[in-house]
Design a protein around this ligand. Structure first.
Ligand code: URP
Ligand code: ZN
Ligand code: ZN
Length: 485
């Protein structure tokens, strides 16, 4: 099975050039001008269009059991919706319940994900601690291709990690050559504020952002960064939404610490007024954590993306339909947290990022694909257009316009946080593993065609750090027992 993408302009994270791309058996076999068309090759005319690496969404939650319900989007429908919008790989999360074996949870998620239509991988959350977790983290890194462990600093009484678990898990991640990742919100403060606000009579969704003010996120981001600094482990902070977090990341990076930041398309483009909407269903549909923020924070997020404090864009795609959100009709604390977006991330980022000149096309590729591949150690297999790379590709028409709507989207959820947004720039073709999975409105995804992608640990970096540590080992003071004069 081979495909020749002809006549397009190839855009990667660091180059823009004219060329054809020939893909065979799932990988890119040749790139060049006027490549010959071998027999039995499907030709895709990319004249006047851009040819870019398929999007990688490094933060999704397909069919996640959460807050008493299960996310409505499954691995097939979710990866299919992603393909419709130009995303060809997701990194989802295994989230064990407290006391559940993390290895058993990992196997459970692997089973659910077998129906995925495009490639996928897993971060594994550490939600509790004992010797088995220590051991299983090793097995996951050495035998199952996991190189990132997630820590929820919020969701008290459910999956929240206290500092002890953070310290133990970060230490273990460091030993194994894995990266630590965090959802940074102080869960203790959230629980305290939620109770206070509820008791003041604020029971509706407007209570959600009030219980999660910027300092709650900033404190947790700074704490995670400091813990990572002491333990010398790289850190990736998911869904940064406020200046406080960006400042913490910027400060740490300026001091030479390896900290990476993610921002959600939703946080960039939806503001906190949605929580004050009179219709409960509308307001509740936007309940996610951290909440959408005010315009000043949104502006800071765009600047963070432009200047390199933020490295990746994601969606935190975690869908709940109106009947599920209704669980919190009388108590905002019970509204399942989560919103969708996998289908629209690429389009809204192009429209609001590239079209007004906030991002160059190369930066667009970096923040939608290449940077995630680099941070999670699967570059250039993913996130690049290069010979030998996986043929996960989008053909992008910068002139194509569309209006986003839940009525027409492919996501398995009854709401779209970008409803009514008109965007210019969209994929006309999406290719996954060298096969067309979307073409001009027609989906060709196949259940189960997606593969699990192993992500190796960061061995050389850690070996170097280990050497540095040995040199810097502190020595005990030898005491003679003599009194000082
Ligand atoms: O509200 C959110 N973000 N739900 C999904 C779980 C998480 O915190 O990422
Ligand atoms: Zn989160
Ligand atoms: Zn999440």
């Amino acid at each position: 099975m081979s495909i020749l993408i002809k006549g397009g302009t190839i855009v990667t994270a660091d180059q823009t050039f004219r060329g054809d791309v020939y893909c065979q058996d799932g990988v890119i076999k040749a790139i060049g001008v006027n490549l010959e068309t071998p027999a039995k090759t499907e030709v895709i005319d990319a004249g006047g269009q851009y040819v870019m690496p398929g999007g990688i969404d490094p933060h999704t939650h397909m069919e996640l059991p959460f807050m008493g319900t299960v996310a409505s989007e499954d691995f097939f429908s979710g990866t299919t919706a992603g393909a419709a919008g130009g995303t060809t790989m997701i990194i989802d999360f295994v989230i064990p319940s407290p006391k559940e074996s993390i290895l058993d949870a990992y196997q459970k998620w692997r089973g659910w994900a077998e129906k995925a239509a495009t490639d996928y991988s897993f971060h594994v959350a550490v939600t509790w601690w004992d010797d088995s977790v220590h051991k299983d983290m090793g097995t996951l890194v050495k035998e199952y291709g996991v190189n990132s462990f997630k820590h929820f600093m919020a969701y008290k009484g459910a999956i929240m990690c206290d500092d002890e678990v953070l310290v133990k898990s970060f230490t273990r991640a460091r030993e194994l050559g894995a990266i630590a990742t965090v959802h940074a919100e102080n869960g203790e403060l959230v629980a305290h504020l939620q109770k206070q606000i509820f008791e003041q009579g604020i029971t509706g969704p407007e209570g959600h952002p009030l219980s999660r003010p910027p300092s709650v996120e900033g404190e947790a981001a700074e704490r995670a960064i400091r813990i990572a600094q002491v333990l010398d482990v790289p850190l990736y902070i998911v869904h940064n939404s406020v200046k406080e977090s960006l400042n913490a990341i910027g400060r740490a990076r300026a001091e030479g610490q390896r900290v990476f930041g993610e921002v959600l398309a939703g946080h960039l483009l939806v503001n906190d007024s949605v929580y004050r909407h009179p219709d409960f269903e509308y307001a509740a549909a936007h309940v996610m954590s951290p909440p959408f923020r005010d315009a000043e924070n949104q502006k800071a997020l765009w600047k963070g993306l432009q200047c390199g404090t933020l490295h990746t864009t994601a969606t935190d795609h975690c869908c709940f339909c109106a009947p599920q959100k209704a669980a919190g009709k009388d108590d905002f604390r019970k509204i399942p947290n989560g919103t969708g977006g996998i289908e629209d991330r690429m389009g809204v980022l192009w429209h609001h990022g590239v079209n007004p000149g906030k991002l160059t096309m190369n930066e667009f590729v970096a923040v939608t694909s290449a940077n995630a591949a680099k941070i999670f150690n699967i570059y250039p297999k993913k996130g690049s257009i290069s010979v030998g790379a996986d043929a996960d590709i989008v053909v992008w028409d910068a002139q194509k316009t569309r209006t986003i709507s839940a009525k027409t989207h492919h996501q398995k959820v009854d709401f779209n946080i970008f409803e009514g947004m008109e965007v210019k720039g969209a994929n006309t073709v999406t290719i996954s593993q060298g096969k067309v999975v979307y073409k001009n409105g027609e989906l060709r995804t196949i259940k189960g065609a997606g593969r699990y992608i192993n992500r190796p640990p960061f061995a050389s970096y850690y070996d170097a750090l280990k050497l540095k540590r040995e040199v810097e080992k502190p020595t005990a003071v030898k005491r003679t027992g003599k009194k000082a004069a």
